[in-house]
Design a protein around this ligand. Sequence first.
Ligand code: C2O
Ligand code: CU
Length: 505
Amino acid sequence: GGWAMAGGSLTPGQPGLLLRSRTALPRPYAVPLPLPPVLAPARSSGTTDVYEITQQTARLRILPGVKTTAWTYGGTFPGPTLVSRSGRRTVVRHRNELPHPTVVHLHGGHIPYGSDGYPTALILPRSGTASNPYGMAGMPDMSPEAGARDDVATERTYTYPMQQRAATLWYHDHRMGFTGPNVWHGLAGFHLVHDDEEEALPLPRGERDIPLMIADRAFAADGSFRYPALDPAQHTPGVTDPYMDGVLGDVLLVNGAPWPVLEPLRLRYRLRLLNASNARRYRLTLDPPPPGGGGLVQIGGDGGLLERPLAHDTLDIAPAERFDVIVDFSRYRPGTRVRLMNQLGSGSTAHVMCFDVSTARPPADDSRIPDRLSATAAPRPERAAATRTFHFQRRAGSTGWTINGRPYEPGRPLATVRLGTTELWRFVTDFHHPVHLHLNHFQVAARNGRAPGPYDAGWKDTVDLRPAESVEIVTRFTDYPGRFMLHCHNLEHEDMAMMADFVTE
Ligand code: C2O
Ligand code: CU
């Protein structure tokens, strides 16, 4: 009881099963925006920075009056922010002190196979059990954790060469069949990459460069996270799971706090927006808009700076996408309350956070938005050595999702790609699917046979598809032979097998 089958009654464009919290919802705009801690390296050499993260349960205060048991990177949600320099190797040693296996993926990283977080490359818990206590009902458990023993590894070292441009990346769990619950319970954090090109620009920096992780959650009466797969009573074996379209919550968190408030000075701010939700899409807008509109000036996307800034009134952001925007709060009168709203939500989910524009007199703004941000050569569709089509579809007759008719099977690739070549991939869907490619960033060449959409600019690693859409992307495979993933980033779809391997050689 208590479940609202809201999939059909929400605003069109927001699929999923809405879980309602059984706690009183907190007052919006009552808590200050938290910033995740920045992790210092455990040690550094001339070429490399080494970080250490312990994955552990933590009792967090997210809602007033209750504590929430979270699965965390280092005890916080979001996890600590890692900051890398382009060209400097980043090594992250993860120790798993959670009671169940995990996998770490650096989303947006250009990473060799062995460190990419292949979904069965588990970091086993200290004491494994043959039966997975948190297994998702109805899902084949093909991970090798069955038979885990006390002497198996409880840590894993991931090496990221960081031969890539400045960008807002994020890291999160990627365990096969269990990514949804792991991320929902807190396993996500930012990983920022800086480079010389970006640092030469007069963009807002320091305290005016702010990562914003947006994620919806639902809470039980005792403050714990609600998630359907962990509640066996919610399952009827053999029956299509009601949450197959994705799990939605009624509490919107930004950097782990419900509907927080920031008090910006009347200056430009860089906001690094990340949708870390399992399934929820947002249409973000500033209310009120600044005079003249265009309040969200996009300067970057998943894969770093755009060539030129792009002003938006609204921003559609699907799970895993990032939009780097500049908001100029000097366009507002002192004391204005500017709300960041979600036009795809209703009631509590229509509100994200707010900015109470400071009445203090600001210093002169040292930042600008240059007309030219970056020059990178786009991959050319006509150079494509191969064209491939991937259909993202419901699995006929049962719970689950497929790519080209096949549910995910580790080790059975849908494509083999030659390194050194450019390819054009066409994604075709029957539903809402944010499609994510590992290894490479790509550019959108066409949407529905026409020009790319307003949110398709620049280098991306995740592209949002709506029902009956098709998108063509172009990417160049440069290096790293191995086995990588193409999948839907609706985490329930991903866990229900909407994932494929591709091989590079
Ligand atoms: Cu953000 Cu394969 O995932
Ligand atoms: Cu999907």
